[in-house]
Design a protein around this ligand. Structure first.
Ligand SMILES: C[S@@+](CC[C@H](N)C(=O)[O-])C[C@H]1O[C@@H](n2cnc3c(N)ncnc32)[C@H](O)[C@@H]1O
Length: 223
């Protein structure tokens, strides 16, 4: 897979709909057997199985930053920074950061996603870690220079959890980078986050899939 000039060995799910069908069928069988109906978060829909355009656009922007074409994104990459790829799915954004020489933790709620994230970062295992995490409840006990979130803003109900998680895990001069594919929720988010003590800078990037991606760069105003 090519991300700008960067060639990656990247393994991904070929047909995300097939994974969704399997999850739904398994849930139907479980419901018939137990009589217990689940919805919402408890359903564990496999959003991780899609490779979202936002992670491709995010990867492209990281490459531009590393090669000096997007200096404003993060501090100069003269030394290796620490990254968290939050809600990493199959791990493309984090894999790009690792391939560029940075230390990366890739985290997701869904265990199958982590198998892909692990496989995709095996080449960089000296600097890439993978772990299961829940941004609603976990405290990792460490802080990062940059927290990446490719397509994690789609559900309004998650924003309070995400904002609290970013605050607890961002280093003092760090930035949160959010890839967003132009959904209405992304428009609302920009209004929502300002009064909570964050500055927001917006970038755009056309992913190789043709989709225009917005990238929101957040920095805490309270440092
Ligand atoms: C739309 S997908 C984006 C995946 C990946 N970043 C990409 O762009 O291809 C959202 C991801 O967030 C993960 N996620 C959802 N809720 C989460 C939570 N509470 N904690 C950690 N990850 C979560 C999902 O499992 C999924 O992988």
């Amino acid at each position: 897979m090519l991300i700008g000039p960067l060639r990656l060995n990247f393994t991904r799910v070929l047909d995300a709909d097939e994974v969704l069908d399997q999850v739904v069928e398994a849930e139907d069988r479980r419901e018939r057997a137990t009589g217990d109906r689940r919805d919402g978060n408890a359903l564990h829909l496999p959003y991780w199985a899609e490779l979202w355009d936002s992670s491709i656009g995010m990867g492209q922007m990281l490459v531009k930053w590393q090669t000096g074409d997007l200096d404003r994104l993060l501090p100069k990459p003269s030394k290796s920074l620490s990254f968290l790829d939050l809600g990493c799915g199959q791990g493309l954004s984090g894999t790009v950061a690792a391939a560029l020489g940075h230390n990366v933790l890739l985290g997701d709620l869904e265990a199958p996603a982590l198998l892909f994230a692990r496989l995709n970062t095996l080449m960089y295992e000296s600097r890439a870690r993978v772990r299961r995490l829940n941004w609603q409840t976990d405290d990792l006990g460490e802080r990062f220079d940059a927290i990446l979130g490719a397509d994690v803003l789609y559900e309004r109900a998650q924003w309070e959890y995400l904002e609290r998680f970013w605050r607890a895990h961002l280093g003092p001069t760090g930035a949160v980078l959010l890839g967003e594919p132009g959904r209405q929720s992304g428009d609302v988010f920009q209004e929502w986050i300002g009064p909570r003590g964050w500055s927001l800078e917006r970038f755009t990037e056309r992913a190789t899939t043709g989709k225009q991606i917005r990238l929101f760069r957040l920095q805490s105003l309270s440092v």
